[in-house]
Design a protein around this ligand. Structure first.
Ligand SMILES: [Zn+2]
Length: 129
């Protein structure tokens, strides 16, 4: 019986306690809206530990967005050295933000549950097929 690593569980958006159950009901870039399971389909952990818990994920999403905006801004500067119009930067950063939004929504919650929630701990007893 093999145990799931934390990195693998985070990359695949799995439950932080059992690392087996999915956090989300559908795929990241689908046409339907992203839905999260209320409780883990594998171990029954309630993901929203307290009411409004996922508001905290907004701060994580904000940090990811700032990192992407800075990266895209620097890349835009390197690519378009001659063009100094601020609109080039605004449009490039807006497009990048929209494109990463589904990724951001998902992984801000994954990071919150896996790295920033001391009450939720990995329990190998639940990590079985
Ligand atoms: Zn679980």
């Amino acid at each position: 019986m093999s145990k799931t690593s934390k990195i693998e569980a985070m990359a695949k958006a799995k439950c932080p306690r059992c690392r087996r159950g999915n956090l989300f009901q559908n795929s990241m870039y689908g046409l339907r809206s992203q839905k999260m399971y209320e409780v883990c389909p594998h171990c029954g952990l309630r993901f929203e530990v307290e009411p409004g818990y996922f508001y905290a994920a907004m701060y994580v999403a904000y940090a990811i967005n700032v990192a992407v905006a800075v990266t895209v801004g620097v890349a835009t500067y390197i690519i378009t050295k001659e063009d100094k119009s601020p609109w080039v930067y605004i449009i490039a950063i807006l497009i990048a933000s929209v494109l990463i939004a589904p990724f951001n929504f998902r992984y801000s919650r994954v990071i919150l549950l896996h790295l920033l929630s001391p009450k939720i701990k990995y329990n190998p007893d639940y990590d079985y097929d």
